[in-house]
Design a binder for this molecule. Structure first.
Ligand code: AMP
Ligand code: GLY
Length: 422
């Protein structure tokens, strides 16, 4: 099979590696990819949101299946467009992608099907915000309805902050929507549960815990994710049963009833409070960096799985996982998630001798001639598998010390919730 992979992050590099391992693969193109994918696939630098141009490239390269990494093309309807043009694609359609593309859409499903989630109000004017503020406790979580690249959520400790952030959304600061969602603040432990879904069935696709804050001890602003590990032990079998019966099944049923059954990866972002799962968010894709800790644990051929989803045969596939635990830590450019420099050289990568089951997944990198340079805020992920997360973390930090990139930084406390004495 010839595969086209859309995206350029660490998630796409690990997807590309897994597709490269498949017995079914012939050629892979990455649109646009990064320096890591360029070693195992052909990178093509076009704007993947320009669907017509994309279609030309897919036809030219005789692509049999398109795998979409990030949410934006999904929310903008890439699946509908490609299917209409007779190209097979793995991912949810535009309607189903609203699970991530509109928090109001997701919350209204929760309300209708009594899915456990934070209390909320959808607001279109400041008067709606005032009404909610009269009856709620602080802090309040304020969210822009549409996609906002991780910047559309604020946890507000005062009513003034709630009003200010809401006004910014009403004024259109977050381009995708001017609707505000106010939510009750849930205090618990966050974890993510992943599924792979076809029109009729779904299969478990791993659990992980991410670290979103930029600083150690969960300080500083939110980022796309500074590191993750899998599995998430807080999701025990009792919690898992509740996630499936109270959250996943009603959601998939709701979309089927709307004649738009969900297909693709589904990322269920949860708050676990005393063994009770509450839905925080859905993402219609794999997580980044969660993908970098889930896929290295996957034993089954990934293209066999994607094919099964496309043909609605996921029920017949036995997805096998390694027993080892996995951690990834993200090396970021200094300044991230604020402004940072690009095109900074990263040396000491090519001759690194890594222990077995340790991988470098590129994110914001590119090659200028033979030089590896930074091209984003999150630059590299070092991922390693093993029996003990503390040991894995020590080893990853050792690798970062060998790379010794003076323009970067990383968190040394990834996994603190499950590693003693950190
Ligand atoms: P979201 O984009 O909805 O996932 O929100 C981003 C982050 O904000 C989540 O990963 C949580 O850390 C936090 N968050 C969102 N909603 C809530 C809530 N209702 N209670 C507590 N924290 C929340
Ligand atoms: N790491 C969080 C996300 O992918 O949304």
């Amino acid at each position: 099979m010839n595969i086209a992979l859309i995206g350029s992050g660490g998630r796409e590099h690990v997807l590309c590696e897994k597709i490269r391992e498949s017995k079914l693969v012939n050629n892979i193109i990455c649109i646009p990819g990064n320096a890591g994918t360029s070693k195992i696939a052909k990178n093509i630098e076009i704007d993947f949101l320009n669907f017509k141009e994309l279609l030309k490239v897919l036809k030219l390269h005789k692509i049999n299946l398109v795998v979409v990494g990030p949410e934006e093309p999904l929310v903008k309807g890439i699946v509908n467009f490609l299917k209409k043009n007779k190209i097979k694609v793995f991912g949810p359609n535009k309607f189903a992608s609203q699970l991530e593309g509109s928090k109001a859409f997701m919350k209204l499903i929760c309300k209708k099907y009594k899915i456990p989630t934070a209390q909320f109000k959808i607001c279109n004017k400041i008067k709606d915000v005032d009404i909610f503020l009269k009856s709620c406790n602080l802090p309040v979580v304020v969210k822009a309805d549409g996609l906002a690249a991780g910047k559309g959520v604020a946890i507000c400790k005062t009513k003034k902050e709630v009003i200010n952030f809401s006004n910014r959304i009403f004024q259109g600061k977050f381009k995708s929507s001017k609707t505000v969602i106010l939510e009750e603040f849930l205090k618990g432990e966050e974890a993510s549960y992943f599924l792979i879904v076809d029109k009729n069935n779904f299969k478990f696709f791993g659990t992980a815990q991410d670290h979103k804050r930029v600083g150690e001890k969960e300080r500083g602003p939110n980022t796309g994710g500074m590191g993750a590990y899998s599995p998430a032990i807080i999701i025990n079998s009792k919690v898992e049963k509740k996630i499936i019966s109270k959250i996943i099944k009603p959601t998939l049923y709701a979309l089927k009833k709307k004649k738009n059954p969900y297909t693709g990866f589904l990322y269920v972002g949860l708050m676990i409070i005393k063994d009770e799962p509450y839905l925080i968010e859905y993402n219609v894709r794999m997580g980044d960096p969660e993908c970098q800790v889930i896929l290295p644990r996957l034993k089954t051929d990934i293209l066999k799985i994607f094919n099964a989803v496309i043909n609605n045969r996921i029920k017949n596939i036995n997805i096998k996982w390694k027993k080892e635990k996995c951690m990834t830590i993200v090396l970021c450019s200094k300044g991230y998630p604020g402004s940072y420099e690009k095109n900074l050289k990263i040396k000491n990568i090519t001759n690194l001798k890594l222990k077995k089951d340790t991988y470098i997944f590129h994110a914001g990198t590119k090659l200028i001639k033979d030089d590896l340079v930074s091209n984003g805020g999150r630059v590299l992920n070092i991922t390693s598998l093993g029996k003990d997360l503390a040991e894995i973390r020590r080893y990853i930090i050792k690798v970062f010390k060998m790379i010794n990139w003076k323009k970067g930084f990383y968190r040394r406390d990834i996994g603190w919730r499950v590693i003693n004495n950190s």
